[in-house]
Design a binder for this molecule. Structure first.
Ligand code: GDP
Length: 442
């Protein structure tokens, strides 16, 4: 996500850095390119105009022009303004009100509503809630079946809706039944259409009035860019949305929807969908997203993913080790085995600050099948070798290769990758985020 935009912005910053001191003219030239990059990413033109004006007002001030590191100051301002544009603070799911609570999902057909219902059930369960999936798309029996199957797969109860029933009646019955199913939070998967139409809006509005859900989330496909923004406006007028979930952010969405939807509708993005699997839902943090867009990585989301995949204690230990530069090959192996649970390794690497700027890490294009080999190699090492990779000399490498059924080159490659990760971690620890970005920016 955001790859193109990140590349473009980084080339603008690189040019700015080349100037040493910056004049107003340099800044205006740079901002013109930033503007183009944002428009190409399909951000809303009015939003871009305001954003550039805000950045400019700050960037031509004394703070930048007289700074010893003016380009850094500009990047900092862009980072802060992008964060503000996307809403500044993370907005959580609203689960206030009487039990059982209800979260209502609305959106066009194909936007990812049913998939997101499953993902939200997983999210709710992780947060100590007991979700109850309720299919309300009585026009498409296949949609009801899809949710029933998903519920079965996740061991989450699903209300037994049937196509002859009225959606409002279903929702009311589900709410009555929830306690006996041991559930406290309804996830209402409403009907979708191919386009916004008044019949659909009336139905959704009837459900909303009857159930009074604590949150109403619009599920919007990020790949549709400005269409998603326009659609959000229509749904918001009819339903007064609580927030938005942008799906398919893992695809080639250019990012325009994520950048503009809050500014245009006033409603926050609460989650993003980053894959088809049921764990591919992330909370939306404007500051982290801005860092990702600027290629500064997203260490916190990385650590959170690790926390989800491993248990809490292990994740806390890992974080401590990373901070103390005590990340051994054993930890590396444990991480590798957990990684398969966390999604694509290449996507994870992108979250490491500066990773997309680091040639070595970009080369670290890890084939998922290679994980098995890596595990075998590390298993063939002695505990002492795993704790201190510096002692692994030529003859040890030969022994390890033989023991793991691999080649010496494979062992060399693993040790090289590992020491590159160590180097990255050291940089990250030394000066925190700011030093990191300074080191990593071109
Ligand atoms: P609905 O008609 O709105 O209920 O949409 P579905 O939940 O059936 O999703 C439509 C398609 O989008 C399915 O193939 C999903 O697997 C896919 N999908 C949903 N969310 C995501 C996502 O975040 N990333 C990707 N890559 N695919 C998604």
């Amino acid at each position: 996500m955001f790859d193109n935009l990140s590349d473009k912005l980084n080339s603008v910053f690189k040019k700015l850095k080349g100037h040493g001191k910056l004049s107003e003219k340099n800044i205006d030239e740079g901002l013109r390119e930033v503007r183009m990059a944002l428009l190409e990413a399909d951000a809303h033109y009015r939003v871009v105009k305001q954003l550039i004006a805000d950045i400019r007002a700050r960037a031509i001030g004394q703070e930048v022009l007289e700074s010893l590191t003016p380009a850094q100051q500009v990047i900092k301002i862009v980072n802060e303004e992008l964060t503000a544009l996307m809403g500044s603070e993370k907005e959580a799911l609203n689960l206030s009100g009487a039990m059982p609570q209800a979260v209502m999902l609305v959106g066009l057909q194909g936007s990812g509503k049913t998939t997101t219902a499953g993902k939200l059930a997983v999210h709710l369960r992780k947060n100590g809630k007991k979700p109850y999936l309720v299919p309300l798309d009585v026009y498409r029996p296949a949609a009801i079946d899809q949710l029933k199957k998903l519920g079965e797969q996740l061991s989450v109860p699903v209300f037994d809706s049937s196509p002859e029933m009225d959606p409002v009646e279903i929702a009311q019955k589900a709410r009555q039944k929830a306690p006996s199913e041991g559930c406290d939070t309804l996830v209402l998967d409403t009907a979708g259409r191919l386009h916004v139409d008044s019949e659909l809006m009336n139905e959704l509005s009837r459900i909303q009035k009857a159930i009074e859900p604590s949150d109403v989330l619009l599920i919007a496909d990020a790949m549709t860019g400005q269409d998603a923004v326009n659609m959000a406006e229509s749904f918001d007028q009819a339903l007064d949305l609580g927030g938005i979930v942008l799906t398919k952010m893992d695809g080639d969405a250019r990012g325009g929807a994520a950048l503009s939807i809050k500014a245009v509708t006033g409603k926050p993005v609460k989650f993003i969908g980053v894959g088809e699997k049921t764990n591919a839902l992330e909370e939306f943090h404007p500051d982290r997203m801005a860092s990702r867009i600027l290629g500064m990585g997203d260490m916190l989301s990385f650590i959170e993913k690790a926390q989800d995949a491993v248990d809490e204690k292990k994740a806390a230990d890992l974080e401590k080790k990373l901070r103390k530069n005590q990340f051994t090959l054993e930890d590396f192996r444990d991480q590798m085995t957990q990684v398969r649970k966390m999604g694509s390794l290449n996507d994870l690497i992108k979250m490491i600050p500066g990773a997309n700027k680091s040639k070595q890490l970009n080369k670290l294009d890890v084939d998922e099948r290679e994980l098995v080999r890596i595990e075998a190699i590390i298993n063939s090492m002695t505990p002492a070798e795993r704790r201190n990779h510096n002692i692994v000399n030529g003859s040890r490498r030969k022994r390890i290769a033989k023991g793991s059924g691999t080649k010496v080159q494979d062992v060399n490659k693993l040790l090289k990758n590992y020491s590159q990760v160590l180097k990255m971690m050291k940089k990250f620890n030394k000066g925190g985020m700011r030093a990191m970005t300074r080191n990593m920016m071109p």
